[in-house]
Design a protein around this ligand. Structure first.
Ligand SMILES: NC(=O)c1ccc[n+]([C@@H]2O[C@H](COP(=O)([O-])OP(=O)(O)OC[C@H]3O[C@@H](n4cnc5c(N)ncnc54)[C@H](O)[C@@H]3O)[C@@H](O)[C@H]2O)c1
Length: 209
């Protein structure tokens, strides 16, 4: 698999802008794409104000390119998708990316809950599709879950894990089951907190307990 020099990010919202910032501040060229130009403007302002607190700021901003044209991601070695959480819309995007990205490129999803195997089924390259689940906000939170789909290759897994480590992250590997690791444990806990609030204790006592 080719060395990763250029990262494409689709979706310039809360997660995508943070992932683009991580890539740019770690010396990679970045294309950040969003269908909404206002989202691109907001992302530029947020990334610029965040990186300008550090010396790497100017270099990082020079490496970051913004676009509303998906075709611009054709030079990326890995594309991380961070658009809204809809299986149909993500599948359509993966199909489009499969036609645009170079044949060696990895297609990764930041989905919190959608099956990587099903997203991969929209492409002709299921061995190069993987989950790369950052926590919010990506520049700060240390953990990245790497999710293998049914057909994800070892080569894809290693390249994606290495990229997360280059970003200074701790990685964990999950199989492709609902909620992966973190949300599979976190969501029932949050749900139980509501039951506890109704029946067992006040919010002050729950928070202190
Ligand atoms: N916010 C979190 O705490 C969090 C944490 C981990 C993972 N995630 C996952 O990350 C993904 C993005 O979440 P977010 O909170 O950043 O969402 P967001 O709403 O902040 O940003 C989504 C962006 O995607 C753009 N978009 C939507 N459809 C598009 C398309 N077809 N092509 C190009 N751009 C498109 C929107 O214009 C928007 O700017 C979701 O899958 C979500 O489940 C979110």
């Amino acid at each position: 698999m080719a060395e990763i020099k250029c990262v494409g990010v689709v979706g310039a919202g809360q997660m995508g802008s943070g992932i683009a910032q991580l890539a740019a501040t770690n010396g990679l060229d970045v294309w950040l794409m969003d269908a909404d130009r206002d989202a691109l403007s907001r992302a530029t302002a947020a990334i610029s104000s965040s990186v300008n607190r550090f010396e790497v700021g100017d270099d990082a901003m020079r490496r970051l390119r913004l676009t509303s044209n998906l075709q611009d991601l054709r030079s990326a070695d890995i594309i991380v998708e961070a658009i809204l959480e809809s299986e149909d819309i993500k599948k359509k995007l993966f199909k489009d990316l499969d036609g645009i990205a170079k044949s060696s490129a990895i297609l990764a999803s930041n989905t919190s809950s959608i099956s990587i195997t099903r997203l991969a089924s929209a492409t002709q390259r299921p061995s190069q599709v993987i989950g790369m689940h950052f926590m919010n906000p990506p520049p700060i939170m240390k953990l990245v879950e790497i999710i293998r789909g049914a057909d994800t290759s070892e080569e894809t897994f290693i390249a994606t894990k290495s990229l997360a480590e280059r970003f200074g992250k701790i990685t964990v590997c999950s199989q492709d089951y609902a909620g992966f690791i973190v949300n599979r444990i976190l969501m029932p806990m949050i749900n139980e907190a509501f039951h506890t609030l109704h029946r067992v204790a006040t919010k002050e006592d729950i928070d202190s307990g």
